[in-house]
Design a protein around this ligand. Structure first.
Ligand code: PMP
Length: 413
């Protein structure tokens, strides 16, 4: 038996099943939103009991809150091994962070066709002059060939940025981010890594991997919804117009005598892109999650996942008609995500069966990665089971058992 590696909130939730039993809810949907770690929930509760306005107040609680907010940046900076001159900008999540990066980027952007829409659509918006600037490269059957195709694309014409996911939200396959960064840099481009699906599972080192911009969301990192980060070079971010205009981003504002000659000076630093009252609790929660993951240790996280992954892959392989989705033939590392198809059943039927019959929560659909699902031959979508720190082998065994019941019943008809 493989027990959960850490305590998450809601782990005791029970649900009634169509069999008449009431069972513990098996959450196998961590890739969509991971449950909060108990340690993170505790930090959020503590912060709630002691907070006031951030940045603008001189009072004691304002100072405490401001210090917590700024401290959160430092914890996150250390967690991802960012450079001293990197800005940690708080956003609403990964989608928001990539929109900010798109706002701050001039020139062509190269992406793969396996990306989540969050790392495709922000780049598809036409540039100010109306020209398109996204260049989509199709992933190949192997990672090596895919890297070669990216290199060829970047060498063929200059690009400002290569924007790539670190781990697929459909298959869990991990991409070699260090090699991707080298390819971008030797062709004069910067690299943005969408680490939404990696940062809770593997150590990401901005310095070690040579990452220029890193983005991720709190709600996939065992923190609540509503906060994420863009981490990247301060001078590049300062060179861009503020992402959001408003209070907090502006250093001084005047309208002159006529009321028409507006003079606005914007702040430098992360505040430039964080107008409005910030999500302090979201920031504090992400920092608490980083500390909690460091306390568990990525060696243990990796091993726990590997054991569960093997159990899941072996279990799925025993069921006739279940096919796991894979992008690459040569990928060797996968986080706790399994996209799969069940022959003879729509993804929705499978997900509803798992929920109603066995109290198991999975995702079905096209996972905001339509180009990838279409290319893999699943235009009607697939099913996705995903797991993490609060998962034990009992959850995996229940999934495999329920899928076996579904497929056996179908064959008996
Ligand atoms: N990128 C990837 C790889 C994702 O899996 C997701 C979330 N499914 C996102 C980006 C978008 O994250 P968010 O919804 O938190 O903005």
């Amino acid at each position: 038996t493989i027990p959960p590696l850490a305590q998450v909130v809601g782990a005791d939730e029970c649900v009634p099943c169509s069999t008449g039993e009431t069972v513990r809810y098996a959450n196998l949907d961590y890739a969509a939103s991971a449950p909060a770690l108990a340690a993170v929930a505790q930090t959020v509760t503590n912060s709630l009991s002691q907070y006031a306005s951030v940045h603008r107040g001189a009072g004691h609680l304002s100072q405490v809150t401001t210090a917590r907010y700024e401290q959160a940046r430092e914890v996150i900076r250390d967690f991802v091994r960012a450079r001293a001159d990197d800005a940690v900008v708080f956003t609403r999540g990964t989608t928001d962070a990539i929109n900010l990066a798109a706002h701050a980027t001039r020139g062509d952007v190269v992406v793969l066709d396996i990306e989540h829409h969050a790392n495709l659509l922000p780049w598809c918006a036409p540039a100010r002059d109306g020209s398109s600037r996204v260049r989509v490269v199709g992933a190949c059957a192997t990672i090596d060939d895919t890297l070669a195709a990216l290199e060829a694309e970047l060498a063929a014409a200059p690009a400002a940025l290569l924007a790539v996911t670190a781990a697929s939200n459909v298959t869990g396959e991990v991409l070699p981010i260090g090699r991707l960064a080298s390819i971008a840099h030797r062709n004069g481009a910067r690299i943005l890594i969408d680490a939404a699906q990696l940062v809770a599972h593997r150590r990401v080192s901005m310095v070690g991997h040579g990452i220029d911009y890193l983005v991720f969301s709190g709600h996939k990192l065992y923190a609540p919804f509503g906060a994420g980060v863009l981490i990247g070079r301060q001078d590049w971010l300062d060179a861009a117009e503020p992402y959001l205009a408003g209070g907090g981003a502006s250093a001084s504002v005047s309208f002159g005598d006529t009321g028409t000659d507006t003079a606005i000076a914007w702040h430098a630093g992360p505040a430039r892109h964080e107008a409005g009252s910030p999500n302090v609790l979201g920031a504090v929660a992400i920092a608490a999650a980083c500390e909690a993951l460091d306390a568990v240790g990525f060696e243990h996280i990796g091993l726990h996942e590997e054991l569960l992954r093997a159990r899941l892959d072996d279990g799925l392989a025993t069921i006739d008609g279940v096919t796991e989705l894979r992008i690459f033939e040569d990928s060797t590392d996968r986080v706790g995500i399994a996209g799969f198809d069940v022959d003879g059943h729509t993804p929705r039927e499978v997900a509803v069966f798992l929920s109603e019959r066995a109290g198991i929560g999975v995702r079905d659909g096209k996972f905001c990665a339509h180009p990838l699902l279409n290319r893999l031959g699943y235009p009607d979508g697939a099913v996705r089971a995903s797991f993490g720190l609060g998962t034990g082998s009992g959850d995996i065994d229940r999934l495999v058992g329920a899928l076996a019941t579904l497929t056996t019943r179908a064959r008996a008809r």
